[in-house]
Design a protein around this ligand. Structure first.
Ligand SMILES: [Zn+2]
Length: 97
């Protein structure tokens, strides 16, 4: 909605759509074959949730469940990504950790 959503469809470099990815500050995914992988890589489940969130209508965003570990991963990925683009501090982001 703010215009800086990442492209979660495929690797920004090679176009690969499945596999292990990392979310980059360039605005999208980078696969294990194209990027320098480290602790920033995400699980398949996390990518699935992020793709769902990005495509779901607002009214459906709070109508799914995930376990605590996945919630923490999704929160960390979205929080880190958001903080790369927005320097202003939001109290609402504090709940994301
Ligand atoms: Zn790639």
């Amino acid at each position: 909605m703010l215009g800086f959503a990442p492209d979660l469809s495929c690797c920004m470099e090679c176009g690969k759509e499945d596999g292990d990815f990392s979310l980059t500050v360039k605005g999208g995914l980078i696969c294990a074959g194209c990027g320098d992988f480290n602790s920033k890589s995400m699980t398949q489940e996390c990518l699935h949730v992020l793709r769902y969130i990005q495509g779901a209508p607002l009214g459906k965003l709070y109508h799914f469940k995930m376990d605590e570990a996945l919630f923490q991963e999704v929160s960390q990925m979205t929080g880190n990504y958001f903080r790369n683009f927005v320097t202003q501090k939001f109290k609402s982001l504090d709940i994301l950790g």
